[in-house]
Design a protein around this ligand. Structure first.
Ligand code: FRU
Length: 476
């Protein structure tokens, strides 16, 4: 370990320890968050030697972002987690301005991580067309905790000519007896695209082709993922905002890939309709299910909405792990079954009355499941003490926040032809709503200003169950 790495490691440990002494009231009970400072994309998601590994973009020194490292959590069951510390440091000439996003490939013996090294040359550059070097890097591990030397596997100098300097976020997988990689990119002329590479040995990579839409669908595609039969997930930047689509500054969603390998922007479907969701990644575990975790945050949104956790010295979290299922070409997302183990006492909500009210503790977190909904009024509503309101009216689902709870977040909408069920996973300062078994999801941070909330469901017949949740255990 170099002197630089040692100094960084020691200093991070000190600030993480100090942060532990001043835990804030918005710290989360069932969402992964940074020990201190800033978190963004989930990275290197995998199941390896009996444990789930969740790495994440981590800026421990600055609650507003800045220099990126990889933080690391592990779990045996997706419920309780261990913080393993910082896995990757910006300590080499290839990544001295940030260890950017990437993925993991778990083979029987070795765990491989692939990521982007970010280098910004000093000078008067725009850092889009010049001044930035983003090589693709690789490290290996035999225990999933300690990683070997960084190795440059695709030099920034070797990327295809038609791209700007914005190429990053390798996602690697194995198909038959070869390895494939997708990288996100920005073509000259401001068009988002994905680069596809192929390798036989994980060391030498050959550029194959690009995937993009016929017309520009945003100027940049970040954090690509390619999986199943067959989907391409990307986080495009530069789409025009609309009333029911693309409501945030940036988006993320997926295209079904056609037989000939092409994608069409008309088929693009957003992963999540809430305020705080970006840069998701998927992986399969030992049971063969495909899980997704997203960043529950939004880059460059600070002019519109903020996070009250900044005052507590930390910002952002990840979504809970979601299991993916494909139905008629559409991907449904639902909290991994294991999360039900967090449930404590159950309250049955009586739907004989037209309004059901029950008090919930914000600090506990809760899991609310409303099923077999038959809407009887013009509007079916779930209010969380006036801090958050879910409404379903005229085939439109909407979430809205009070000024204080939303911290700038107002409303987000989605078209849904019918509402059969809704599940709300509410944490101290994060809420995820799953409609129709995960056909539509809204993920949002929120900041209730009271310790308990009056939960009110009205406007229809339904079966309702409410559970208080225990907090997941974080060991260090
Ligand atoms: C997405 C992203 C990635 C990049 C990383 C840097 O949020 O911009 O494209 O690798 O964050 O933190």
């Amino acid at each position: 370990m170099s002197t630089l790495t040692k100094v960084l490691e020691r200093n991070i440990k000190v600030i993480e320890k100090n942060a532990d002494l001043t835990e804030g009231r918005f710290r989360l009970g069932h969402h992964l968050m940074p020990p201190v400072g800033w978190l963004n994309d989930p990275n290197g998601l995998c199941w390896y030697k009996g444990r789930y590994h969740v790495f994440f973009q981590y800026a421990p020194f600055d609650v507003e972002g800045g220099l990126k490292f990889w933080g690391h959590y592990t779990s045996e069951d997706l419920v309780d987690w261990k913080y393993e510390g910082t896995a990757l440091y910006p300590d080499s000439p290839y990544d001295c301005h940030g260890v950017y996003s990437g993925s993991a490939l778990a083979e029987s013996e070795k765990l491989h991580l692939f990521f982007t090294g970010n280098v910004k040359i000093d000078g008067d550059y725009d850092y889009i067309n010049e001044g930035r070097e983003t090589s693709t890097l690789h490290v290996e591990s035999e225990d999933g905790i300690h990683f070997g030397d960084k190795e440059e596997i695709i030099s920034f100098e070797k990327y295809p000519e038609e791209f700007t300097c914005h190429i990053r976020d390798p996602k690697v997988w194995k198909e038959n007896d070869r390895y494939l990689m997708v990288l996100g990119g920005r073509l000259k002329g401001d068009k988002g695209a994905v680069l596809v590479y192929e390798s036989e040995n994980l060391k030498e990579w050959k550029f194959k082709h690009i995937i993009t839409t016929p017309e520009a669908f945003g100027y940049m595609w970040e954090c690509p993922d390619y999986f199943g039969k067959k989907f391409l997930s990307v986080s495009p930047q530069g789409l025009k905002r609309e009333e029911f689509r693309f409501q945030n500054i940036y988006q993320s969603g997926y295209f079904p890939v056609k037989e000939d390998g092409s994608v069409d922007e008309r088929d693009f479907r957003e992963w999540d309709m809430g305020f705080d969701f970006y840069a998701p990644q998927t992986f399969t575990d030992n049971s063969g299910r495909r899980l997704l975790i997203g960043w529950m945050g939004m880059p460059d949104a600070e002019e519109e909405y903020t996070n009250k956790t900044i005052d507590e010295g930390w910002q952002h979290c990840l979504t809970v792990p979601r299991e993916l299922r494909v139905k008629a070409g559409k991907i449904f997302q639902y909290p991994a079954k294991e999360l039900e183990r967090l449930r404590k006492e159950k309250t049955i909500l009586d739907d004989e009355k037209s309004i059901v009210e029950v008090r919930v503790e914000v600090n506990e977190g809760f899991d609310l499941l409303i099923e077999d909904i038959a809407v009887t009024d013009r509007s079916f509503q779930i209010s969380m003490g006036g801090q958050m309101l879910f409404k379903y009216e005229n085939e439109i689902a909407e979430i809205g926040f009070s000024e204080i709870a939303g911290a700038g977040r107002n409303k987000r909408k989605a078209k849904v032809s019918e509402l059969n069920n809704i599940r709300i996973l509410a944490d101290t300062s994060a809420v995820e709503l799953y409609l129709n078994d995960g056909e539509i999801v809204f993920s949002t941070r929120y900041y209730p200003d009271r310790e308990d909330l009056q939960l009110k469901v009205k406007g229809g017949k339904f079966r309702g169950n409410l559970w208080n949740l225990r907090k997941m255990i974080f060991t260090k």
